[in-house]
Design a protein around this ligand. Structure first.
Ligand code: BGP
Length: 480
């Protein structure tokens, strides 16, 4: 039976806005997450136009990779990482997103990070934009709704490519680009929140604005992929989708059809555009029903065709069910990405349904559809960790979760999927994207940082650290 390839890219994933901190250091400008307060499962975080006194904005310090990168990369190397997924803070390079010239101090920081990774033979995997649009672009253009932002992004990406062409090979254009198909995507992904102060659960639902903004992201992504293919042929350019697997709640054909529609809009639409190079025909009916008209400029379709991805990456945390039966909806309740709960699955403390087999199913579907190398660039269990008196964290629940998912990845490889690598989310504790908490931890490494903003940022290896080290050492064979 086939198993993981010899050069399988084992590693871990992070994002600048949830990890770096140093939000206004060395010329960095404010980005959307710098305007996000802390929150929790029960009390949603808020976005504020103005900075409110006595309010905690957790991304601003986060877990301070900016001042701990040497120590952290050493820990990653100790686990045997082959790849390190990270993102670049756009506002470190272009503080407002609109400057003509980049900020040298920002560029230097990533030079140091890449050099440090190279020291240990770790390959960077860089997300160009991971939920951290410059806030000035929100104020000026209503985020990605403004077509002008395409040029800002292309300028930013071009600077990164030229500067790091000998240090970075793997690039992803937008993190979870399909989150823009959902109302919550308006904030972190699209930045179409001009003038908005309030809870992220109360964002107005404006599909016309969101899908137009998404079109601009598609064009921007394709433009930079085209540029990379022309000028830097060694680069591998990927998408990044939030893959929220959907099942029909019952075998009632109307549930099956509803599920198909949800799969298309949520999971396939964006990657169809990015992998095939054109809008899929099914989206027209959806646009018609929602009264959405996409304004395209001459040449856009051509650019989409010319800027197709080389590999497909996605995050995978959960699955959900779809049904047309209102009683079933009422009975089981919803979860984060919509749909209803699956009676065969358990959920995490945050209500995310745990479904390892869904990962195998999804990998097969993705591979069948695109025949492109695939990488799982986020996966993991957000959980509350307890620091024992002797300073340890016994996180067997995390090991269980990851083991089951790796087993299913191995099954998918045996099914014939060309799987390149695996970077579990938040390999070191970072701020939660959805809630702004520190209490929701994913890491193999604990960071002493708490929801009230206190903590000395000390790094502590959890039990899972040693387990993952073994997994990597044995190329995924020793999972127990
Ligand atoms: C994905 C994001 C990440 C990350 C992860 C976990 O949606 O790409 O940035 O945070 O989810 O989510 P959370 O932090 O909300 O638990």
């Amino acid at each position: 039976m086939k198993s993981f390839r010899k050069d399988f890219l084992w590693g871990g994933a992070t994002a600048a806005n949830q990890y770096e901190g140093a939000w206004n250091v060395d010329g960095k400008g404010a980005s959307v997450p710098d305007h996000c307060t802390n929150g929790s499962h029960l009390h949603p975080k808020r976005i504020t136009v103005d900075f409110e006194p006595d309010t905690l904005y957790p991304s601003r310090e986060a877990t301070d990779f900016y001042h701990h990168y040497e120590e952290d990369i050493k820990l990653a190397a100790e686990m045997g990482f082959k790849v390190f997924r990270m993102s670049i803070n756009w506002t470190r390079i272009f503080p407002t997103g609109m400057e003509e010239q980049p900020n040298e101090a920002g560029l230097l920081f990533y030079d140091k990070v890449f050099d440090e990774l190279r020291k240990y033979g770790i390959e960077p995997l860089v997300t160009i934009s991971h939920y951290e649009l410059p806030y000035a672009l929100v104020e000026k253009f209503n985020g990605w709704y403004g077509r002008e932002v395409i040029d800002c992004f292309v300028r930013y990406a071009s600077v990164l490519f030229e500067r790091y062409k000998d240090k970075v090979k793997y690039w992803l254009t937008f993190n979870e680009i399909n989150s823009g198909t959902m109302p919550m995507g308006a904030a972190l992904s699209l930045g179409t929140i001009k003038g908005f102060t309030g809870s992220i659960k109360e964002l107005p639902d404006e599909p016309q604005i969101r899908f137009q903004a998404l079109h601009h992201q598609f064009v921007a992504s394709a433009k930079v992929i085209k540029l990379a293919h022309e000028k830097y042929p060694a680069f591998m350019m990927g998408n990044m989708s939030l893959f929220a697997t959907k099942y029909p709640y019952t075998c009632n054909p109307s549930d099956v059809l509803k599920c198909q529609r949800a799969m298309r809009i949520m999971n396939w639409f964006c990657s169809d555009v990015q992998a095939r190079g054109y809008y899929p025909s099914y989206i027209e009916r959806f646009f018609e029903e929602k009264g959405i008209t996409i304004r395209k400029e001459p040449g856009d379709d051509e650019i989409l065709r010319q800027g197709k991805i080389d590999f497909y990456t996605f995050s995978y945390y959960m699955s959900a069910c779809e049904t047309t039966d209102p009683d079933a909806v009422a009975k089981v309740g919803g979860n984060l990405v919509g749909g209803v709960a699956n009676p065969y699955l358990k959920a995490s403390d945050w209500g995310w349904q745990i479904d390892p087999q869904g990962l195998r199913w999804s990998l097969n579907e993705i591979w069948d559809r695109y025949q492109l190398p695939v990488m799982v660039v986020e996966n993991g269990l957000g959980a509350k960790d307890v620091l024992t008196e002797d300073g340890k964290i016994h996180d067997s629940y995390r090991v269980d979760y990851l083991r089951q998912h790796i087993e299913q990845m191995r099954e998918a490889v045996a099914d014939g999927v060309d799987l390149m690598g695996y970077t579990p989310w938040g390999w070191i504790d970072v701020v939660s994207a959805s809630t702004g908490e520190m209490a929701k931890r994913y890491g193999f490494v604990y960071v002493a940082k708490y929801d009230d903003g206190t903590g000395d940022l000390k790094r502590i290896r959890k039990d899972s650290f040693y387990w993952y080290q073994k997994v990597i050492e044995t190329n995924g064979e020793a999972l127990k």
